[in-house]
Each structure stands twice: as C-alpha cells, then as structure tokens.
Design a protein around this ligand. Structure first.
Ligand SMILES: C[S@@+](CC[C@H](N)C(=O)[O-])C[C@H]1O[C@@H](n2cnc3c(N)ncnc32)[C@H](O)[C@@H]1O
Length: 309
C-alpha cells in the first residue's frame, strides 16, 4: 500500500462502498436539503471529484445542495472552490489536519455539527496527534446522524510495551475502546488478514466528544510497519479500559444475515462477498465490535448484499 495517495474514487471502509453510504445518509434524512461530505487527507482529490459526479447524476435537480470538501497537507497551486451543478467542491491544500477546526474557520467554512459523512483513509496514522484530531472531527459531525469512516492508527498507554509489533497488536482493541469511551455508536471491523482495521462512528449528540486520556509524552519509534514513523503519543487513562461488545455469530444470524453466506470454523468466521470470493471476516480476538445498530444499518441497506449461491 506504499505510495497510496488518494487516487482511488472510493475507500470502501468496512467493505461499504462510499457512494452507497452517501446515498444511505441522504435517504435517511428526507427533510434535509443541504449535505456536507468531507475527505480528510484527500491526496489527489479523486474521491471528491467522483462523489461530486455521483451526486449530480443521482440527486441533481431535486432541490438538494451539497458541499464536498477535500483537505490535504500538500500545497495546491491555488485554493480551489468549484461550483459543479448541485455541488460546491472545495479542494483545500496546505491544510493542517491536526488543527482541522481552526483551519476551517480560517477558510470561512462553518462545519461544526454540519458534516453528514467524513472519510479519513490512510490519514489518521500519519498525524502528530491522531487521538486529538479524531475528537475534533467527531465534533464536526451532525449530531444524531453524521458518520465518520476511518482506519487504524497507533497510540499507547502508560506502561505499554512500545515495540512496533506490540503497538500494532493494540490498534484494534485500543481504538475500539477509545470509541466506546466517546459514548458514540461505532463499528470496529478487521480488514481481511492484515494489520489494518476499519471503523465507522456515528455521532450521538451535540455533546463534546469525551476522551478520558491525559497526555504523558511523545515517543519516537523508529518504524511501525504501514504507519507513521513520526512517533506516537503515550497517554494516561483517567478511567478503566471499558468492555467493548464483540459480535457473535448469533448477532449476524439475527440481522437477516441470510444475505451474506456465513460459516464458522473453530477459529474464523467466513463470509462471501458479492464477487463470491471467500473472505475471512474475523479472528476471535478481532471479532467485529461495537454497537449492533451500525452493523444492522449496513445489512439493512444491502451494502454487503450478495447473490445467494
Ligand atoms: C497516504 S495519503 C491517503 C490519501 C487518500 N485518503 C487515500 O486513502 O488514498 C495521506 C493523505 O493525508 C494527508 N496528510 C497526512 N498527514 C497530514 C497532516 N498532518 N496534515 C494534513 N494532511 C496530512 C496527505 O496530504 C495525504 O493527502
């Protein structure tokens, strides 16, 4: 995955196609007229361009307007604001994601409580303060509705073994626990046989996003595979590590999961995606975790739908 820089038109976090998620978000709010979608770490801005094209095709002329905003660290030749049918597209370069709230204020963009869908793909792992930035992004989401899709990053707690392998092993439980701490609904989802993990968070209310950590120190780590080599932050927890609900086969079966073929062996759950490939869904210690409501939304909307064989 090295060299990846936003060339893809979709990120497919938790195996959900972004355009279907966007459609689902819009359909769930029939009275809402204006929507905002955000690409945090936009690379070459391909995502925003393909989302704009889709929104114009699917929702143009229906009285809806959209803001599609991509932000990235690299400088643009110029700040770009493009009026494109029912979409206003922003391509904002030289943007400090760690200061995302104040950076938007500088651009005179009001986004607090207004973002309906945000994606941060292969971005959080590069940030100086991923945890603090996550809090800021969550507070941009529309209360009760807005969703953030993102992938794994490393942080440590006081007393942790700071070897790269141990840090990577902690990504899934630590981010799941962090999301649980915030009090929002979320789905934590392992990516097929890799050390990458996907997460979707749905903002519950307009309350500030709670993170019960205090900053201890920054540690320089030589290299963490597929992650930033810029170092990590070590935090002290102010509350005990919470229990995070791990989904079971019964949960999947109770959610009309006949749409997806599922089998369980001693160590793995399997499911078949729509191409019919057999894929590993989870290992016992990385079972999909969090709240069933998001899993139910994904299944009810048919994002994982396959033809029955
Ligand atoms: C590996 S690329 C991923 C691009 C795209 N999201 C994808 O998945 O293909 C990382 C992106 O995050 C941005 N980025 C990383 N750290 C950043 C920071 N501290 N501030 C602003 N942008 C940052 C880079 O500019 C780049 O656009």
């Amino acid at each position: 995955m090295s060299g990846r820089n936003g060339e893809l038109p979709a990120y497919e976090i938790c195996e959900c196609h972004d355009l279907l998620v966007i459609k689902g978000i819009i359909e769930d709010s029939p009275a809402q007229r204006n929507f905002t979608f955000l690409d945090v770490g936009a690379g070459k801005y391909t995502w925003g361009r393909s989302v704009s094209e889709y929104l114009n095709q699917e929702f143009g002329g229906k009285g809806l307007t959209f803001r599609v905003i991509g932000v990235r660290g690299e400088q643009n030749p110029e700040t770009t604001i493009i009026e494109d049918g029912c979409v206003t597209r922003f391509e904002l370069g030289a943007f400090k994601i760690e200061e995302i709230s104040s950076e938007f204020t500088k651009c005179e963009l009001t986004l607090k409580d207004e973002v309906d869908g945000a994606w941060a793909s292969w971005t959080m792992r590069h940030l100086q303060d991923s945890v603090g930035t996550l809090k800021q992004i969550v507070e941009l989401l529309r209360p009760g509705k807005g969703m953030l899709s993102f992938d794994g990053f490393v942080y440590a707690l006081e007393g942790d073994d700071l070897s790269p392998s141990s840090l990577v092993k902690n990504i899934f439980p630590y981010i799941s626990e962090l999301l649980q701490d915030t009090g929002n609904e979320f789905l934590a989802f392992p990516v097929l046989q890799t050390d990458n993990y996907h997460f979707i968070l749905k903002r519950k209310s307009s309350e500030p996003c709670k993170i019960p950590f205090s900053y201890e120190r920054r540690e320089t780590i030589i290299e963490i595979p597929s992650h930033s080599s810029e170092g990590i932050i070590v935090f002290k927890r102010q509350t005990p590590r919470p229990d995070v609900y791990k989904m079971t086969l019964d949960d999947f079966n109770s959610l009309n999961f006949n749409m997806v073929k599922l089998a369980k062996t001693e160590n793995f759950y399997y499911f078949y995606n729509h191409q019919g490939d057999r894929r590993i869904l989870c290992f016992p210690d990385t079972a999909p975790s969090g709240s069933l409501s998001i899993l139910k939304w994904i299944i009810d909307k048919g994002f994982w739908k396959i033809s029955n064989e």
